[in-house]
Design a protein around this ligand. Structure first.
Ligand code: ADP
Ligand code: MG
Length: 683
């Protein structure tokens, strides 16, 4: 055996070195850190405290107040453990005295706690008093003060408190970070953009202040600098991808020549809104450009994105290319297939549906009614679900890909989809209004068009919030609407992939609903109903044979039945606001007054306030901002979080200006890349 070839890989930069090379970090500690996602020295330096304690002064025990968290310092004057229930249960307790009063600290069923304390120990206690007579804190966070040189780290300053994992002591970790900082602070690389953004702290300084701030205000200043680095890194990735596309990708000319669109618009039965026309102009421009289109089309529910997709598809079809349209659910794919067949088959265009339940693509090869084909006979619009098309999509001569209801999909997935074809144009449509902060990150590589206008004649939806005990009145109201010939949705929290218990609950709900609303016909759809059954139900609902659809959030996106004017959403507290807004968008599609009734189990004023956002406004942007603020980015974008950037310091809800700044700085950095070597610290 020949000796291994000498490694050509340069040694890792200091901050990339594994943590276990640090003195005091053995295999066991390294494993504990790994559980926290901390592997290298750089990771350790970015391990973010979850709170801080001002240990320059302590609250006197005598001044503790019920329910208000505080840190106190005192001596243990008594301690002991009590066991009961035959020794199965225990409570360990010590009494702390700081000269003003005494505090009882108790731990239930953690008998090993007694190993950590001794009479006379000088102890810091952080917690929330759960009783004042006597003063008591249960399950406090504690730190025994050890006299010695280290006290400058743990006392008389604003002290970081870190997220821990089992076995990792707070005090030990703090000392490790202190020592590591002392050694590595000088080796933290700086980025050259700092010259253009002097109002930010240098990175090394920010990392020091993140752990050991001099003042409270240093904490936020440090966070902002570190968040900016995260945003810049993301922006560089986004902008680089975009640049590469512009450099390497050749687009097929797809702007068309108007001959199909004209016929299509004339047969449509309504006039496009100004907003739709404006957006189509932008799209036509892109489709004629040498670089493939990358465009996000935003428009609130009901703003008429489907027609825009259709007209865009026609441009590509006129140009002799094929088009793919992807929808997130089978229901929506089927609905689109119906709509587009109605619109396109008279024009001689083949519309294929590919979904899980239509495996051998249902290509009926229907001959067109007017026999006179206006396009190349192979011109095809292929409609399917994202999943199916992701799996193996092979449409020849693909000119345009339209992705409907994109908000469920992250950057990575979008990239995968598009790589399938040879740089087709891409139009991504979403009804979730994306707050600008998110738009710049999730969709930073896309141009954005907005349909900011609803078709004329829409009557605003009236929304009500009701407690569950008002349900009988709600049923009466729905019965009345049904008798007037209208239809309704009843939405029940999802059963799609959760337990069998949920399925039972929705079936019970179905029986109850049948009793309440008899003799009107009711049908049930959810994720576990077989596709052909679901298709039949939707068909009957569209045709008006089924009056009420009991559904889970599978109907959330895209379903379009204008005669449905009432929506009852049960357990509304379990949904995010943006999702409720989407659901509500299923009604209010015709000329009749529509009603959305949110039935919720409201336990706190905050929960009520949250849902009242929906009662107060139908503006999707306002709702999305509120959702982002109240529940975070995960809720806004749905459960499927794949492909989303994760930030340690950045926060979409508050960092809009930082994101804008990062975008500009990243642009300058890329423009001057040859003179200014990008040196973003590892993280
Ligand atoms: P969304 O943007 O939520 O996908 P749709 O495309 O489903 O909305 O459109 C909602 C309804 O409005 C459909 O029934 C559609 O035919 C209708 N519509 C679209 N554009 C117009 C318009 N300019 N005038 C009147 N109705 C329109
Ligand atoms: Mg739609």
């Amino acid at each position: 055996m020949s000796p291994p070839a000498p490694s050509k890989v340069p040694p890792p930069a200091p901050l990339d070195r594994p943590l276990r090379e640090r003195p005091g970090v053995g295999t066991e500690r390294a494993a504990q850190f790994a559980r926290l996602g901390v592997h290298t020295i750089g990771d350790l330096l970015l391990h973010r405290p979850h709170r801080y304690e001002d240990r320059r002064r302590f609250a006197p025990i005598a001044e503790l107040r019920l329910g208000e968290p505080a840190t106190v310092r005192g001596q243990i004057v008594a301690l002991g453990i009590k066991r009961y229930r035959g020794g199965n249960k225990s409570v360990f307790e010590f009494i702390l005295d700081d000269g003003t009063a005494r505090l009882h600290c108790r731990w239930w069923n953690l008998p090993f706690m007694q190993n950590y304390f001794a009479q006379g120990d000088d102890v810091l206690v952080y917690g929330t008093p759960n009783s004042i007579k006597p003063r008591t804190i249960d399950h406090a966070e504690t730190e025994v003060i050890v006299n010695g040189e280290e006290n400058s780290v743990h006392l008389n300053r604003i002290v970081p408190i870190y997220p821990l994992t089992e076995g990792l002591p707070q005090r030990w970790l703090r000392s490790l970070i202190w020592r590591t900082l002392a050694e590595f602070e000088g080796k933290i690389p700086e980025s050259c953009w700092l010259l253009d953004a002097k109002e930010f702290l240098p990175r090394a300084r920010a990392i020091r202040l993140l752990h050991f701030p001099d003042e409270q205000s240093d904490i936020e200043a440090a966070r902002q600098r570190l968040a900016l680095d995260e945003f810049i890194e993301l922006q560089i990735a986004i902008q680089t991808r975009r640049k590469n596309l512009q450099k390497h990708a050749q687009a097929r000319p797809c702007a068309g020549d108007n001959r199909l669109i004209k016929t299509f618009l004339a047969a449509l039965g309504f006039k496009l809104t100004d907003a739709q026309t404006k957006v189509l102009r932008e799209i036509r421009h892109d489709l004629g450009a040498p670089t493939p289109m990358r465009r996000l089309l935003q428009g609130d529910v009901g703003s008429g994105k489907t027609v825009v997709a259709a007209a865009s598809a026609l441009m590509a079809l006129e140009s002799g290319c094929n088009v793919a349209l992807m929808a997130p659910t089978e229901i929506l794919a089927q609905q689109h297939a119906l709509t587009f067949r109605k619109w396109f088959e008279p024009l001689g265009i083949k519309v294929e549906l590919r979904t899980g339940s239509h495996k051998e693509m249902r290509d009926e090869r229907r001959e067109t009614r007017n026999e006179q084909r206006l396009v190349d006979p192979s011109s095809t619009l292929c409609i399917g679900t994202h999943a199916l098309i992701e799996a193996g999509f092979d449409l020849e001569n693909l000119g345009l890909v339209v992705i409907d209801e994109q908000h469920k999909f992250g950057v990575v997935q979008r990239e995968q989809l598009v790589r399938k074809g040879r740089y087709p144009h891409l139009l991504v449509m979403t009804a979730t209004p994306i707050p600008r902060t998110l738009g710049l990150t999730l969709y930073g590589d896309l141009d954005i068009s907005v349909i900011d206008q609803l078709p004329a004649g829409r009557v605003p939806i009236k929304t009500f919030l009701r407690a569950a005990d008002k349900l009988p009145k709600v049923w009466a109201f729905i019965r009345q609407k049904l008798e007037q010939g209208q239809q309704a949705y009843v939405v029940y929290p999802r059963v799609d992939d959760s337990g069998i218990g949920d399925l039972k609950a929705v079936n019970r709900e179905f029986e109850k609903l049948q009793r309440e609303l008899a003799p009107h016909r009711i049908a049930l759809v959810h994720g576990r109903v077989k596709a052909d059954e679901r298709e039949r139900v939707m068909k009957d609902f569209r045709a008006g044979a089924v009056k009420v659809l009991l559904a889970t959030s599978v109907i959330e996106v895209g379903v379009d039945v204008p005669n449905a004017t009432v929506m009852l959403i049960e357990n509304a507290e379990r949904f995010g606001l943006a999702q409720l807004h989407q659901l509500r968008g299923r009604i209010g599609r015709g000329a009749q007054e529509s009603y959305c009734i949110l039935v919720a189990d409201i336990k706190t004023p905050a929960a009520r306030e949250r849902l009242e956002v929906l009662v107060d406004t139908t503006d999707g942007f306002e709702i999305a901002e509120a959702d982002l603020r109240l529940r975070g980015v995960g809720e806004l974008l749905g459960r499927d979080q794949s492909g989303q950037p994760a930030f340690r310091f950045g926060d979409f809800a508050v960092d809009r200006w930082l994101i804008e700044r990062a975008r500009a700085l990243a642009g300058e950095l890329l423009a001057s890349a040859s003179t200014c070597k990008k040196r973003l610290a590892p993280n």
